[in-house]
Design a binder for this molecule. Sequence first.
Ligand code: HXC
Length: 258
Amino acid sequence: MAYETLILEHHETVMLIRLNRPESLNAINNKMLTELCTVLKKSSNDSNVRVVIITGSEKFFAAGADIKEMEKKNSNEMYLEDYFTEEHNIISSFRKPLIAGVSGYALGGGCELAMMCDIIFASDTAKFGQPEINLGVMAGIGGTQRLPKTVGKSKAMDMHLTGRYMDAQEAERAGLVSRVFSEKDFPVKIIEIAKKISEKSMSSIIAIKESINFSYEANLAAGINFERRKFHSLFSTEDQKEGMSAFVEKRTPKFTDR
Ligand code: HXC
C-alpha cells in the first residue's frame, strides 16, 4: 500500500518509516498521523515486523505539528476533534520497540513524537525544541510531561519558555537522546541496532517495555513489584530455557518467542 506522507522501507524484520512531507519540513498533519497509526496497527499484527524506526530526512525529522492546518481552528473545534489524542495513544502504546531516528529539526510535535518512542537516536545535525510559545500556544501531545521526566524541570522549563533548540550533544548529555551518530552513518547504524533488538525474545522485549513504562506511573515499591512479577513470568517461556542453556553451552541463543 502506498502512503501519501510516509515512505516505508523493510530491512529484514525492521520496518523503517520515513516521514515524507518535504515541502513543509515534515510538518505533522492529520493525514500523516493517520497514516502513521495505520502502519503501526498493521505492524502490531505482522510477525515479520519486530522493530519499527520512525525517521525523517537528513535536514528535518519533523518541524512540528502543521501550523497551517491548525491556524484557523478555534478551541471548541480542537476540543471536539480531540486533536491528535487518539493518535498519541496509539503511538505511545505500541508494544513492539519503537525507535526515533532524529536528524535535523525535531520541533514541537516533532520532538513530542520522538519522545513517544522508546529510544531516540540522533545524528550530529539534530536540533530538538518546543518552540510553541513563539506561536502563542504550548505543547499539546506530551511535551510538558515527557521532557521534564527526561531532562529535569529546569531544562524543560528553559526549552518550553524560551523556545530555544537543543543540539544533539546537549540532548545526549541531558538524557533525551541515547546515542549520537555522524550524519553519514545515519540511519545505517540505527538499523543495525534495531536488527540486534529484533533478534531478542519478544516476551522479554514486551515485559521490559511494560516495566520501564510503568516506572513513569508507579512509586518505587509498586514498580519493583511489577518488575518482579514480569521477571518471574518469563520463566514460563521456552526462550528463558534457550537463553540460559545457550549461555551455559557457550553458544548464541536462538529465540522463538515461545
Ligand atoms: C507548517 C511548516 C512548518 C510547520 C515549516 N513549515 N514548519 N508548515 N507547519 N510546523 C513550512 C514553511 O511554512 C515553509 O513553507 C517551508 O516549511 C520551509 O520552512 P522555512 O521556515 O522557510 O524554512 P527555514 O527558514 O529553514 O526554517 C526552518 C524552521 C522553521 C526553523 C524549522 O520552518 C520553523 O520555525 N518552523 C516552525 C517550527 C514550530 O514552531 N514548530 C511547532 C509547531 S506547533 P512555505 O510554503 O512558506 O515555503 C506544534 C504543536 C504540537 O508542534 C501540538 C499538537 C497537538
